[in-house]
Design a protein around this ligand. Structure first.
Ligand code: GLN
Length: 460
């Protein structure tokens, strides 16, 4: 049965009945998730003749709890399904479970979950990345063919990279955010994790499109993402972001250079391009994201959802104590940083300035896309790190997103594709960024690279 789950979904479904495939997923979860802990909830009664899929636990579902990996949402069950869930159900998908994450999607390692750490299937002593670490590990361990995650600054691509699977962040507005618990509303997007590029193209096609319930969702028509996957990259132009590669060392650099050689060998034009403001992306991201988070998380007040402090005597204490007891340390750090960045006297110096640099970043990217069809960086500056290595040093944890956060700030789509292995056996990843709504071309480029390299076939 494990052989079946090693196949891409579109191949496996030709081999067995939908029920047999779904049972293989549920059996794999029962056998493997004890060691990996990718799931917070499993629905053993899940049904559906279509795609079995796992969903990050910050996307609401009526038939399972939604915790955001936070104690403050303990006991919460949504009265409605997120739009992506309704769409998947309408296409007979089986929602097999909810996956672990950093609390409220704040983190890069899934160590900030209130319900335990998710382990990397390639090395159980290492993190799976985050915040969609459960989704990435579930796919990497071949427990499900696909999972949904969410992206604010890299939370689908970074764990996908660390777990050796494909991760996609669509254009801002491409997928409805209705029912995705908000972190930073101007950056958040739902994304997809799968083994192969073709599976990601198929799943994005199932969930993309306009939704009247999300005022930021786009009316741009949804392309047939899988229709040009075989076309190759001959004549396409790839820009290598100079400011990113200047920071690379050792085997990440060697691996990235090897990926460029593969694209050149397939007929692509690959040249360096400068995106000057990209070096400020992490600083801008952590101001904008935390500012928006501090506002979004004010709804968790002990009254409307989840945990309420039992010791509180006054209304003020209900708010303060419920939040003090319900939120973990990293979430509290974000709320304090964000509140500070928005406070009077500091607003212009931090939030206002960050928004101006963000506009500069958008400008620099649109300049680069005048000359190039795609922009390239590694997905992450290093492979998966040991559990505990960065939890005492938030800044080094934040730097995990150095190559992924720019796409969120600019709103463009980006994909992480497996690019081989470090000497310690852990996966490395290539990031391909594309202009707004150019997902179809992005999948085509990623599929060409994947076809030449086939790293996804490697066994863990
Ligand atoms: N790791 C980043 C953060 O901690 C990104 C998180 C995300 O994309 N949700 O904010």
């Amino acid at each position: 049965m494990s052989e079946l789950l090693a196949l891409p979904w579109h191949e496996a479904r030709a081999e067995v009945s939908p029920r047999e495939y779904l049972d293989a997923c549920l059996d794999a979860i029962a056998a493997r998730d004890g060691a990996i802990r990718a799931f917070l909830h499993v629905n053993r009664d899940a049904a559906g003749d279509g795609l079995p899929i796992a969903v990050k636990d910050n996307i609401v579902t009526t038939d399972m709890p939604t915790t955001c990996a936070s104690r403050i949402l303990s006991g919460f069950r949504s009265p409605f399904d997120a739009t992506v869930i309704s769409r998947l159900r309408a296409q007979n998908a089986a929602i097999v479970g909810k996956t672990n994450l950093d609390e409220f999607a704040m983190g890069s390692s899934t160590e900030h979950s209130a319900f335990g750490v998710t382990r990397n299937p390639w090395n159980l002593d290492c993190v799976a990345g985050g915040s969609s670490g459960g989704s990435a590990a579930a796919v990497a361990a071949r427990m499900v063919p696909a999972a949904l995650g969410s992206e604010t600054g890299g939370s689908v691509r970074q764990p996908a990279a660390l777990c050796g699977v494909v991760g996609v962040k669509p254009t801002y507005g491409r997928v409805s955010r209705y029912g995705l618990v908000a972190f930073a509303s101007g950056l958040d997007q739902i994304g997809v994790v799968t083994k192969t590029v073709r599976e990601s193209a198929d799943v994005l096609g199932m969930i993309a499109g306009h939704d009247p319930m999300d005022s930021t969702s786009s009316t741009h028509p949804v392309d047939d993402y899988a229709s040009e996957l075989e076309e190759g990259v001959r004549g396409l132009r790839f820009g290598v972001v100079r400011e990113a590669i200047e920071q690379l060392t050792g085997e990440v650099r060697e691996n990235f250079d090897a990926a460029l050689a593969v694209l050149r060998g397939a007929g692509a034009a690959v040249e360096e391009v400068s995106v000057p403001s990209i070096s400020y992306a992490i600083a801008v991201y952590y101001i904008v994201a935390n500012a928006e988070a501090s506002a979004n998380l004010s709804r968790f007040d002990g009254i409307r959802y989840g945990h309420r402090s039992s010791s509180a005597r006054t209304l003020e204490d209900v708010y303060a104590d419920s939040r003090a007891e319900g939120f973990g340390a990293e979430v509290k750090r974000r709320i304090m940083l964000g509140t500070f960045a928005l406070s009077s006297g500091y607003y212009d110096a931090y939030y206002g300035r960050a928004q101006r640099v963000r506009a500069r970043l958008r400008h620099d990217f649109s300049e680069a896309f005048r000359k190039f069809d795609f922009l390239l960086t590694p997905t992450t500056p290093e492979p998966a790190f040991p559990v505990g290595a960065k939890t005492g040093d938030p800044l080094s944890m934040y730097l995990s997103d150095i190559f992924t956060a720019p796409a969120n700030l600019v709103g463009i789509p980006a994909i992480a594709v497996p690019s081989g292995f470090a000497r310690n056996g852990l996966p490395l990843s290539l990031q391909i960024m594309a202009p707004h709504f150019a997902e179809k071309a992005m999948f085509r480029a990623a599929a060409a690279y994947e076809r030449e390299t086939q790293f996804w076939r490697e066994k863990r």
